[in-house]
Write a protein that binds this ligand. Structure first.
Ligand SMILES: [Fe+2]
Length: 152
């Protein structure tokens, strides 16, 4: 392919992307509105008996695991939903829709999940020092907002 034909193809590709760029926001907005309607519980939840959490409570509790540091002070941190090997379900009408990560009360990450084929799980590299408090908040669209903390 000579240079002129390559530019023609790039131009056509740009035109196609531009056209879909006009159409996609409408589709994305419709999907976002549909998903928002499924998020029906934003109540803050807690364990009824902190010494004996139920499986229901554990599957909504974010499990925090500190991993290795990267040499620049950033520690890999895994967030699993839920805890003690109990996995929160991911279904079209029931899923973990967001995670928020706080370090010493400052929000450092906010991740949203769609209700598709993705399960609430995340890894972050966070700059942590000994004694820092990490709080993780997870939102279940049906069963409210659950938190867990860990001291580094
Ligand atoms: Fe749930």
């Amino acid at each position: 392919m000579n240079r002129r034909n390559a530019f023609k193809k790039i131009g056509l590709a740009s035109l196609a992307l531009g056209t879909s760029g006009i159409l996609l926001p409408g589709i994305a907005n419709a999907q976002e509105e549909k998903v928002k309607k499924l998020i029906i519980n934003r109540q803050r939840m807690s364990f009824a008996d902190p010494d004996n959490p139920t499986d229901f409570e554990l599957k909504h509790t974010p499990e925090i695991t500190f991993m290795e540091a990267d040499g620049n002070g950033f520690t890999r941190m895994k967030i699993h939903l839920g805890s003690n090997g109990i996995v929160h379900p991911t279904e079209e009408n029931h899923w973990i829709d967001y995670l928020k990560i706080y370090k010493n009360e400052d929000l450092v990450a906010f991740t949203e999940f769609e209700n598709g084929p993705i399960r609430g799980y995340a890894e972050y590299f966070v700059k942590l020092s000994k004694g820092d408090l990490v709080l993780v908040e997870a939102g279940c669209n049906l069963h409210g907002i659950w938190t867990n903390t860990a001291t580094f």
